[in-house]
Design a protein around this ligand. Structure first.
Ligand code: ADP
Ligand code: ADP
Length: 232
């Protein structure tokens, strides 16, 4: 269960204060695929970055499974983050490392022994369908394959929450559908909670259970995807 309470986030710029997120309350149930949709500049990216402490709210609290992420710092925050995977639009892979090395990287940081890292990475390679590409470098992969590596890496520490920041926005429509099918499969198999942000309604319709529509730092509509899209 994830709860955001009375979240505001302002940035000071030379042109004054920007309220990127301006009073958001959200409750996300375990196992749900929850989508936040909105135009560019709505505050989606700032919002999702508060789920794992990449941004700290100016006011309000974020809690994940009862733990208040927004007040953690240093080692405690790093530890909590191991329970929260993240997937990015531009993959953020390590270009000088192979597929399997990229997937093992978070396990290296968490100081797992090498044999365990290899075992886990091989399981993840199967889960995301990259068998045979273990020793390729990211530059040799298609966009969809790169994102499969990104997803596998995000799952390395067995997180209970996966955050997707425009995870399919750099992919063509067919590859987008393949990656969304993979996310749906992982959600079901691992009972993993997924929170995603997107500017594409198609993504919401295809895989989300719940949706929040964001505009100008606020949630203007929220509910079950079927209800929201069948309203007159
Ligand atoms: P979205 O992800 O929906 O495109 P963002 O969260 O990226 O929206 O941005 C929301 C608003 O906050 C925008 O006006 C953006 O320019 C501003 N913003 C985001 N991050 C910063 C920052 N670090 N400093 C100043 N303004 C920011
Ligand atoms: P995308 O293809 O998703 O748009 P980018 O091209 O923006 O991703 O790459 C993300 C980062 O990786 C950038 O900093 C970019 O300079 C770097 N990068 C991209 N391709 C390579 C490559 N073949 N070798 C090394 N670094 C690369």
């Amino acid at each position: 269960m994830i709860e955001l309470k009375a979240i505001k986030k302002s940035f000071q710029t030379k042109n004054g204060t920007i309220n990127a997120v301006n009073g958001v309350d959200l409750a996300i149930k375990s196992g749900e695929i929850y989508g936040v949709v909105g135009y560019s500049g709505a505050g989606k990216s700032t919002l999702i970055r508060m789920f794992n402490g990449l941004e700290t709210p100016t006011t309000g609290t974020v809690s994940v499974d009862g733990q208040v992420i927004s007040s953690l710092k240093g080692g405690a925050l790093r530890k909590a983050r191991q329970n929260i995977g993240m997937v990015f639009q531009h993959f953020n892979l390590l270009w000088s490392r192979t597929v399997i090395e990229n997937i093992m990287f978070p396990l290296e940081i968490a100081q797992f022994p090498k044999a365990l890292r290899l075992k886990k990475a091989k399981e993840l390679i199967q889960l995301v369908g990259l068998e045979g590409r273990e020793n390729a470098y990211p530059a040799q992969l298609s966009g969809g394959q790169k994102q499969r590596v990104g997803i596998a890496r995000a799952l390395a520490n067995d997180p209970s929450l996966l955050l997707c920041d425009e995870a399919t926005s750099a992919l063509d429509p067919q590859t987008t559908d393949e990656v969304l099918d993979l996310l749906l499969d992982i959600n079901k198999r691992l009972n993993l909670t997924i929170v995603l942000i997107t500017h594409e309604m198609h993504v919401i319709r295809k895989i989300c259970d719940q949706v929040a529509v964001m505009e100008d730092g606020k949630i203007v509509e929220q509910g079950n995807v079927l209800d929201i899209f069948t309203k007159p």
